[in-house]
Design a protein around this ligand. Structure first.
Ligand code: ATP
Length: 475
């Protein structure tokens, strides 16, 4: 990342911290790497994003239901899901630098003479599927030696799951903090079908915390050890997966673009190296500070998870097909999004640095505070009464604040900084003709408006039901 980009990232981090969006976790103890806390405005914005996702994915569809499963599960869940054996990452230490194995291989590839490149690339793909550090090191060393490249490096395998003890008075056991929310959905498939009578094709969605022992956590909240996922598993008849895969890729992209951060910042990348559970997959990538990186994954998981859970739990997870009169495993299309990554994508494109102010030009519908009510003169009883009445009338519909501290200029700056789209000021004219001014965050222009039309004005500004009506067609 060049200095300009680093400077932008620092501005985002500082602004987010100063104005109550995101703090370092355990700050008074010098923090903990790769873990963050969301402040008063951060949590409001996070909740707004969650609600937007939930409404789009669950509430307004008749073929998806929600669930909220536990973070701690029986450790056998992770053996069956393949995480126990496969959810590792390999790191290379060369001199003072640490690289992910894949990145290191790209580095080597760039040093190899063009005529050998194709062949070496093939070897590297095979190497990435090896499980033992020693084997990887041996193969890699052989290639490096043949091509007269360095060979003084160390390799280390890191398990990405956090192990945690479960003690009782009698004995000790252990499990893992979940590294993805998806497994809670798979192991509850039969419960959900039995209690809701949902029929294939249908989906189960959930929002919840996941934990991964990430080693390289450099870019703010892009990659953290504790994060929140918004995942949906869509169960389909085998053979219909292509239709649904394309459907969900398209639908998820539409959702992202509604933030209006700029269409040019989104890109689809089809996976080359697949994780242990995917048959094919695409990422929706976003250009955060300097380059395109993963925002959301759309994965075709086939019947990998259900098959394994049935095999190891010995509980039937197949579905009876009435038409063909046989049991089958539904195939799964997964949409998997990190809430913190959406949050970060919005911060990256919303920060506006002007001569006199730095502010978050947040999409209005997810701004933490929607409207600030600002009486111009706080010692005038009539102005205060009008202001309080407006506040009371609007507070049940919108998340709003009442602020009579400091000069009006300072109050505007504070609201701009936290991304409040509108400020309502009440002045002496308000007493005379029952009007107030509405100030727009983005261009700072003010309009005068009748007090009794405020509700309709704001309702129109924050209403996004047209989006759901346009894009959610129950298929
Ligand atoms: P990456 O390649 O960035 O490590 P991944 O392919 O391992 O991501 P998945 O396992 O597919 O990610 O997880 C689904 C989604 O969860 C990702 O698209 C991302 O939005 C989010 N996510 C994964 N790991 C993290 C993390 N450490 N911090 C924040 N969000 C994460």
């Amino acid at each position: 990342m060049n200095n300009l980009k680093k400077d932008k990232l620092n501005k985002i981090i500082n602004h987010a911290r100063l104005y109550g969006f995101i703090y370092n976790s355990s700050e008074i103890y010098n923090g903990i790497k790769g873990v963050y806390d969301y402040g008063p405005y951060g949590v409001e914005m996070k909740n707004n994003i969650k609600l937007f996702w939930w409404e789009y994915m669950v509430r307004y569809r008749d073929n998806i239901v929600g669930i909220d499963t536990s973070i701690l599960m029986n450790k056998n869940v992770w053996k069956s899901s393949g995480h126990y054996n496969n959810f590792n990452e390999y790191f290379i230490k060369k001199d003072t630098k640490i690289y992910k194995l894949e990145k290191f291989l790209i580095l080597i590839l760039n040093k190899i003479k063009p005529r050998y490149k194709k062949n070496i690339k093939k070897k590297f793909i095979k190497l990435l599927n090896l499980k033992k550090e020693k084997k990887i090191k041996k193969k890699l060393n052989k290639i490096l030696k043949k091509h007269n490249l360095f060979n003084n490096f160390r390799i280390k395998k890191i398990t990405l799951m956090f192990k945690t003890k479960i003690n009782t008075l009698k004995n000790k056991s252990f499990t893992y903090l979940r590294p993805e929310t998806a497994q809670g959905i798979f192991i509850n498939l039969k419960n959900v079908i039995n209690s809701t009578r949902m029929k294939i094709p249908f989906g189960i969605a959930q929002i919840g915390k996941s934990f991964r022992n990430e080693i390289i956590t450099k870019e703010f909240i892009f990659r953290t050890k504790e994060f929140e996922q918004m995942e949906m598993q869509f169960f389909v008849y085998p053979g219909e997966e292509n239709f649904w895969y394309k459907y969900w890729l398209r639908s998820r992209l539409i959702w992202h673009k509604f933030f209006k951060l700029g269409k040019q910042y989104y890109k689809i990348k089809t996976h080359k190296k697949l994780s242990h559970y995917t048959t094919y997959a695409s990422d929706i990538e976003f250009k955060y500070i300097n380059k395109f990186k993963e925002l959301e994954g759309i994965h075709f998981r086939k019947d990998f998870d259900l098959k394994n859970h049935q095999k190891y739990s010995k509980k039937k997870l197949t579905i009876y097909d009435l038409k063909n009169k046989k049991e089958y495993y539904p195939y799964v299309i997964e949409t998997s999004l990190g809430l913190d990554r959406v949050f970060y994508s919005i911060l990256c494109k919303s920060i506006i640095i002007e001569k006199k102010r730095i502010f978050f030009k947040l999409p209005k519908f997810i701004a933490p505070i929607k409207i600030a009510i600002l009486p111009l003169i706080k010692i005038n009883n009539q102005i205060v009464n009008i202001s309080k009445k407006i506040f009371d009338d609007l507070k049940y519909q919108f998340n709003i604040v009442y602020d009579d501290k400091h000069s009006i200029g300072k109050r505007y700056r504070i609201q701009d900084a936290i991304g409040t789209p509108f400020c309502v000021t009440i002045d002496k004219t308000s007493i005379l003709n029952e009007t107030v001014t509405i100030r727009n965050r983005d261009d700072m222009k003010q309009i005068r408006c009748k007090i009794d039309s405020l509700y309709n004005f704001f309702k129109k500004e924050f209403d996004i039901s047209f989006f759901f009506k346009k894009y959610i067609k129950n298929v």
